[in-house]
Design a protein around this ligand. Structure first.
Ligand code: NDP
Length: 265
């Protein structure tokens, strides 16, 4: 039977996920369809899911915590971080996963001999990715514009700084986890601070995709290898597709099909 999948978010019109998943369904001959759904009220996530007779969804901003609360069964990592971006219905129960973090982990695996990582930003994406990096024995330090969001990380034992308290030192990877540069031309931290860490880094990474941010431009001006957020987006989608199709296809089987979505602009 044809299955229906969707992405829930607000806004959702920009999402690449329908293209990524539909190209993969078509390429693998899997008779399903993936649509976008503007969900305004996150507390209606579960009833909307069943009203639309969906088999699975991805969840984007601002509903990832609502998604966590809607699940009947959580995989251990999603349970730990409290953030769900993928739900699959099995026998009437909603199973929740987080694929952003393992997608990110795979995206940075190409950088070898990396131990210390500086996160610029401490929002939702930093939350799941810092947790998985720590599980994988990376040492994550967080530098954030304001203090409020750092409290949780302090309580979890991470080293954290604001722009006022930070003293630049060497980190193997410097990663922009903020939305600075997404819709403006701002850097994620004052340039003087970035000029203190970028030259000592092995590479710089941005989670923003589809454009060269001021942060990545600055990293290139220091002759550093750079990487944007496209692979993170691709890999979280592949891992979600594995869950959607009950592991009928391997990561490598899914990848060439989903990758085609990045040929479109
Ligand atoms: P949140 O809203 O949860 O957090 C935003 C963070 O950015 C906060 O730490 C905030 O600092 C900081 N920030 C925002 N604007 C600025 C600025 N001008 N200067 C300095 N710091 C700033 O966002 P998310 O974690 O959900 O998303 C972060 C980024 O990750 C977005 O750009 C998003 O597009 C990207 N993303 C990419 C994915 C991918 O697959 N490639 C997947 C998911 C997200 P403060 O606490 O001071 O407000």
């Amino acid at each position: 039977m044809k299955q229906l999948f969707a992405i829930f978010g607000n806004p959702v019109s920009h999402s690449k996920s329908p293209l990524m998943h539909n190209l993969t369904f078509k390429g693998l001959g899997y008779d399903s369809c993936y649509v976008r759904y503007l969900l305004k009220d996150g507390s209606k996530l579960k009833e909307t899911f069943f009203a639309l007779s969906l088999k699975g969804i991805n969840i984007t901003v601002p509903h990832k915590e609502h998604a966590f609360n809607a699940c009947d069964v959580l995989d251990p990592f999603a349970q730990k971080i409290g953030v769900v971006n993928t739900i699959v219905e099995r026998e009437g129960k909603l199973h929740g996963y987080n694929t952003d973090a393992p997608g990110f982990l795979k995206a940075i695996a190409e950088f070898k001999d990396v131990k210390t990582v500086l996160f610029l930003g401490a929002g939702g994406t930093a939350q799941s990715t810092s947790s998985i990096l720590r599980d994988e024995k990376y040492e994550v330090t967080l530098l954030n514009r304001s203090e409020g969001r750092l409290e949780k990380y302090n309580n979890d034992g991470f080293e954290t700084y604001t722009f006022e308290t930070f003293v630049p030192k060497a980190y193997d990877l410097v990663i922009n986890m903020t939305s600075a540069g997404l819709e403006d031309d701002s850097l994620p931290a004052p340039q003087a601070l970035l000029d203190g860490v970028i030259p000592k880094a092995k590479a710089c990474v941005d989670v923003i995709y589809g454009k060269e941010t001021p942060f990545l431009k600055l990293a290139k001006s220091h002759n550093k290898p750079t990487k944007d957020g496209s692979d993170m987006l691709l890999y979280q989608g592949i891992i979600a597709f594995e869950h959607f199709t009950n592991y009928a296809y391997s990561f490598e089987e899914i990848k060439p099909h989903m990758q085609q979505a990045f040929d479109f602009n």
